[in-house]
Write a protein that binds this ligand. Structure first.
Ligand code: FES
Ligand code: FES
Length: 225
């Protein structure tokens, strides 16, 4: 993984003033308000509002159309019964049927990691997976990473370390990070984390801050246990 210096990096050649400018509350407020970035989706009040707007999807009384299959899924703890075309992609079902738009579509070819969510605890590129393959599975999206209004340590660390710029890759980065810090097969050293997260591309080059956030979250989780 290359590590270009992000323009918001504290190690930037620019004066410290630039860093200060870029991390002022107004910038954060902007990211939170527009609601289109992964980080904006990471704010608990936004998630809660979005969840309340949408009635639970339940197709159990709806006849299957030609080519559809009925699946039941649990997404962020909520059960769903869905009629889906056999070729429906999980990412599209999550975004378009369930309106959980924190999971992003980047390349749509399994190359960028923006669409990462957890299936039975394993991080998966949802753009490469058919919804019909997930009968009975438990899925967690970025909207489900917090619990009871409390952000996940990974989310707090991304926020604290300014580990994003445009935010488009951020939900995928956080979903992968949340999985790898729990994986005993992945080393805790920086090189292992970079390797484990190399499937998540950040076009803004925020890698340095992302790594710092992951390691900070790891130390906080270990300190709390
Ligand atoms: S959108 Fe799935 S890997 Fe890029
Ligand atoms: S923050 Fe822009 S692509 Fe990663």
């Amino acid at each position: 993984m290359t590590e270009p210096t992000g323009k918001n990096s504290p190690d930037s050649d620019s004066p410290g003033q630039l860093f200060t400018e870029l991390t002022t509350p107004s910038r954060r407020h902007f990211l939170r308000t527009i609601g289109i970035s992964g980080m904006a989706a990471a704010t608990a009040p936004v998630w809660a509002q979005a969840a309340q707007l949408e009635a639970p999807v339940d197709d159990s009384e709806k006849p299957l159309a030609k080519g559809e299959q009925r699946i039941t899924l649990t997404v962020n703890g909520q059960p769903y019964t869905l009629n889906v075309p056999g070729n429906a992609v999980l990412l599209d079902v999550v975004r378009d049927r369930l309106k959980l738009t924190g999971t992003k579509k980047g390349c749509d070819h399994g190359q960028c990691g923006a669409c990462t969510l957890h299936i039975n605890g394993i991080p998966v590129n949802s753009c490469l997976s058919l919804a019909a393959m997930h009968q009975g599975d438990e899925i967690t999206t970025i909207e489900g990473l917090e619990h009871d209004g409390q952000l996940h340590p990974i989310q707090e660390a991304f926020w604290a370390h300014d580990a994003f710029q445009c935010g488009y890759c951020t939900s995928g980065q956080m979903m992968t990070a949340a999985a790898i810090i729990k994986d005993p097969n992945i080393g805790a050293d920086d090189a292992s984390v970079r390797e484990a997260m190399s499937g998540n591309i950040c076009r803004c080059g925020a890698y340095k801050n992302i790594l710092a956030a992951v390691q900070d979250a790891r130390s906080k989780i270990q300190g709390a246990s």
